[in-house]
Design a protein around this ligand. Sequence first.
Ligand code: 13P
Length: 249
Amino acid sequence: MSRQLIAGNWKMNGLLGPGSVLAGELAARASAGTPPGVELLVCPPTPLLYPLAVILKDSGIALGGQDCHAADGGAHTGDVSAAMLADAGCTYAIVGHSERRADHGDSDAEVKAKAEAALGAGLTPIVCVGETGEQRRAGETLSVIEAQVRGSVPDDIGAGGLVVAYEPVWAIGSGLTAKSSDVQEVHGHIRGLLKALFGPESGAAIRILYGGSVKPANAAELLAVPDVDGALVGGASLSAEDFWAIAAT
Ligand code: 13P
């Protein structure tokens, strides 16, 4: 199994000044040594990508976009193509985050097209899935997740690799986290699907991240869950100290 991926999703937070300071703090910590067995990734807002690429250069910390358009270019005001993310220094792109699904109506088919565009630009897509609180209470969690994985994950991931992030919508920004047993139930189900889709070896090598109120206090328990291969961290990634504490768990 590849290294654990600890990814920070800054969402719509961070101006050039404080964002550069935060990235500089992370780069300084990384130069003193990244925690063993951990790969670090920072996904800032789009205007900060290139300046952060400069700051993080040679730090070993990877850079990712928070979304990309499915098309290579053209009349799509306000959107960013996967090639533009790669050009700015990214190696990853988050697609299908529940906030994009909710705010922008991104469907599974659109998420899949975005993930394919990311792969086409040489990026590793991080495909996000997650059930709402209502769906969990109705006992629909596994069927919702299965439909999202089947609908959003590209049919052919080639050599580009893929990451799946399980982020229960009710756990995002709420301070609530899923119980370890519930996390393993969902991650195990996703693992089974990935093995069925891509074969036992490739399916086992795809990293499945957990996201939703991950912080230093709960990271050890969540990262110890067998099919959890890392974390997608929102709020706590805005503090170098907290992000590093999660990575060092
Ligand atoms: P929080 O860690 O703030 O709950 O956000 C999780 C998330 O949505 C990461 O993509």
